[in-house]
Design a protein around this ligand. Structure first.
Ligand code: KIV
Ligand code: NA
Length: 265
């Protein structure tokens, strides 16, 4: 199979086609999503919440993420595998960002990295790209700055001029793609016209080349209230709860294991 590469994502934007990205943190979901034609698999720092049970994305470490990246990159045949630089693993300097990115690509087998970026990270992106690391720059609402931004809120409400300047600077520094989170649709649309590179949105409206969702949100593995931008395509929470209850009932009643599950002779 032909691998999805940065050039293909650029071609998609150039001809007006769209592509789909999901998070994945393990080999089995990577196999399923890759086989279903998902173009990009992201090992997000959201693995902190969704895999390790952390309260936010802030506390996951590079060491915790590398085995997950490796599982996904080993399983994926076609999809581009992107690893998220976690909080504290890149901010200090462009050199720190390169060191972390190299670990994700060398030890984890990632094809590219994603980095939450502001105007302060333009040099980080430039240095990463010079080192041969494809960079997806994440702008708008950046969850690692949750406490600095005053919580989860839509960005660009008061006009997207600063965001657009940041987007253009990150593109100029060599980012192959921008990821925009929770931005006003018209702000996204205007930035999408201003930059040449493709934009992937999450809660950023429809005028992007791609969309991304956290898989546990998209398929309802997680209970509780979802963000407005989540469309739920399945209810795995219910499916697994029903399955676990039925199994427990069968074990307690002795209905399982039935003769066909036994080695009786
Ligand atoms: O960590 C994550 O899951 C993300 C998203 C953009 C989906 O950064
Ligand atoms: Na993230």
């Amino acid at each position: 199979v032909k691998k999805v590469r940065t050039v293909h994502l650029q071609q998609a934007k150039d001809v007006g086609e769209k592509f789909a990205m999901l998070t994945s943190y393990d080999a089995l979901t990577a196999t399923i999503f890759d086989g279903a034609g998902i173009d990009i698999l992201l090992i997000g720092d959201s693995a902190g919440n969704n895999v390790l049970g952390h309260e936010s994305t802030l506390t996951i470490t590079v060491d915790e993420m590398i085995p997950l990246v490796k599982a996904v990159s080993t399983a994926a045949q076609r999809a581009m595998v992107v690893a998220d630089l976690p909080f504290g693993s890149y901010e200090q300097s462009p050199a720190q960002a390169v060191a972390t990115a190299v670990r994700f690509m060398k030890e984890g087998g990632a094809h590219a990295i994603k980095m939450e970026a502001t105007a302060h990270h333009v040099d980080h992106v430039r240095t990463l790209v010079a080192a041969g690391v494809p960079v997806m720059a994440h702008i708008g609402f950046t969850p690692q700055s949750e406490h600095a931004l005053g919580g989860f809120r839509v960005q660009g409400r008061t006009g997207g001029d600063i965001l657009q300047e940041t987007a253009l600077a990150l593109e100029e520094a060599g980012a192959f793609c921008l990821l925009m989170e929770m931005t006003r649709s018209d702000v996204t649309a205007s930035i999408n016209r201003a930059v040449r590179v493709p934009i992937i949105g999450i809660g950023a409206g429809a005028e992007t080349s791609g969309q991304v969702l956290v898989w546990q949100d998209a398929f309802g593995l997680r209970d509780g209230k979802m963000a407005r931008f989540v469309k739920q395509y399945a209810n795995l929470f219910e499916t697994l709860t029903d399955g676990a209850k039925a199994y427990r009932t069968d074990v307690r009643s002795g209905a399982y294991p039935a003769p066909e599950h036994r080695f009786d002779s």
